[in-house]
Every structure is written in structure tokens, then in C-alpha cells.
Design a binder for this molecule. Structure first.
Ligand code: MN
Length: 250
């Protein structure tokens, strides 16, 4: 079984070439795979399934096309598009999966996460995660009251959040925005896995982790800009040879 993984496309109308790159990817690579996993931040922002820009609609249609073939589609929320809900899922045929999520292969299991849960030094992000992703009841109240606002108001709030984000990012060192090795170790131990795939940090690489026993690997997807990135997993192979981190020109 061939499974593909992508993340961090940050689709936005300012960068139509990335959407075009995704369309090409869906029509070529994805069609040849058995499953496609989108590990978050597909969209640069998402303010509700009822607000759909033409660019977003085009992507939804393309995903629906792929979903009609034999390719199984899965979507995991990122920190940018965590408001994606059932309507998106219904229109695209993407099944929404939790973060983190373990998938089983022929020779081994793989742990999938968007990756922000691994960046535990990033305090602003931590607060946001605590509010919006971990504490379900707070999240529900916030999300529901946000989604109940008219679209015009939601767009204003989005702009305000973006301004705050830009301010915070200026003061953050790059090290803070990367994963914390201890957290990676803990998450892998909890989920009893030796291979993890994630995005979010925009630092594509395959890391072999320093462990005493069995080798462990952390595979990081790249963000899409000049290049598109994906990981291919052939579960008939075992160990790290089963995985390929690929990039292509957009
Ligand atoms: Mn992210």
C-alpha cells in the first residue's frame, strides 16, 4: 500500500501558484497512491465551512475528484485551519482524523501529528493550544461563539489575530519555533512508535533520533512555496527505507 503525506501548503489567494501545484500533485502523484494524508495547515486560514473563497472551492472540488477515485483522503487539523468541520469533510470526502493519530502498516506503525504539540517551548503557541485544542469545553465555547459571528466580523477578528501573530513572531528565535527533543521522545514513547511524520516547523528532513535501543525516526514535511513536499510510505518495506521525502518544483 502506498500512502502519501503533505502539510503546510498555507493556501491563500495571494499565492495561486501553490494551489496550482496542489492540483498538479493531486492529478499525478495522488492518483497513483492508495491514500493521501493532509497533516494540517492546508489553508492559511479558515474561518468556517460557510465561508469559501473561489480558490478554496477549487481545492475542495479537486479533492472531491480524487476522493471519487480509489484514493482514501484524510485530513488532520493544523493550527491555521482547525475550524474545518464536517461540511468540508462531506464536500471533499476527506475523513477528519485526530492529532496525534497512529496508522498501521504491514511492517510497522507510524505516528502522525501536525507538529505544534511538539513545539513546547513556544509559549504563545502553547497557550493557544491549551485554549483551542486541549481543553475541549473552552474550545467549544470559543469556537461556537466565533462561528456564530457574521462572516464580516469573523474576517475582522482574523485580521486582528494575524497582526498579533506577526508581532509575536518577530520576537521569537528560530530555535523556539522548532520541536523540543524531549517532547518528541515522550510523545513517541506514549504512542509506542518508532516513526513519526509531522509538519508545522517548515524544516523538511529525516532525523534519526539518538536512542539506546531500536532506531527511531522523525520525518518532517516541508511547507509549499517554490517547491512542494511530500512523504511517500510503501508499507511493504520495513524500517526507514519504506519512506521517501520528496520535493518538486511548483
Ligand atoms: Mn502549523
Amino acid at each position: 500500500m502506498i500512502r502519501l503525506f503533505i502539510s503546510d501548503l498555507h493556501l491563500h489567494s495571494d499565492r495561486p501558484q501553490v494551489a496550482e501545484g496542489l492540483n498538479n500533485f493531486l492529478n499525478t502523484h495522488a492518483h497513483r497512491a492508495d491514500a493521501l494524508y493532509i497533516l494540517g495547515d492546508l489553508f492559511d486560514s479558515w474561518i468556517g465551512d460557510d465561508y469559501c473563497l473561489p480558490l478554496y472551492q477549487q481545492i475542495i472540488d479537486s479533492l472531491a475528484q480524487v476522493g471519487k477515485s480509489k484514493v482514501a483522503l484524510y485530513f488532520m487539523h493544523g493550527n491555521r485551519d482547525f475550524l474545518i468541520r464536517e461540511e468540508f469533510s462531506r464536500h471533499t470526502a476527506c475523513q477528519i482524523i485526530n492529532d496525534p493519530h497512529t496508522i498501521t502498516g504491514h511492517a510497522q506503525d507510524v505516528l502522525l501529528t501536525h507538529g505544534d504539540i511538539l513545539c513546547t517551548k513556544d509559549i504563545t503557541h502553547k497557550i493557544l493550544i491549551a485554549i483551542t485544542r486541549r481543553r475541549r469545553w473552552i474550545k467549544n465555547i470559543l469556537v461556537n461563539s466565533f462561528l456564530a459571528q457574521p462572516i464580516r466580523r469573523r474576517l475582522q477578528i482574523l485580521q486582528a489575530v494575524k497582526r498579533i501573530n506577526v508581532k509575536f513572531k518577530k520576537n521569537k528565535s528560530l530555535e523556539i519555533m522548532d520541536v523540543v527533543p524531549k517532547t518528541v521522545q515522550q510523545v513517541m514513547e506514549t504512542h509506542r512508535t518508532s516513526i513519526m511524520i509531522h509538519g508545522h516547523t517548515h524544516r523538511p528532513a529525516i532525523h534519526r533520533l539518538a536512542t539506546n535501543g531500536e532506531p527511531q525516526y522523525r520525518i518532517v514535511l516541508g511547507d509549499w512555496d517554490e517547491y512542494g513536499w511530500y512523504v511517500q510510505w510503501d508499507d511493504q518495506l520495513s524500517g526507514i527505507d519504506a519512506f521517501q521525502l520528496q520535493k518538486f518544483k511548483i
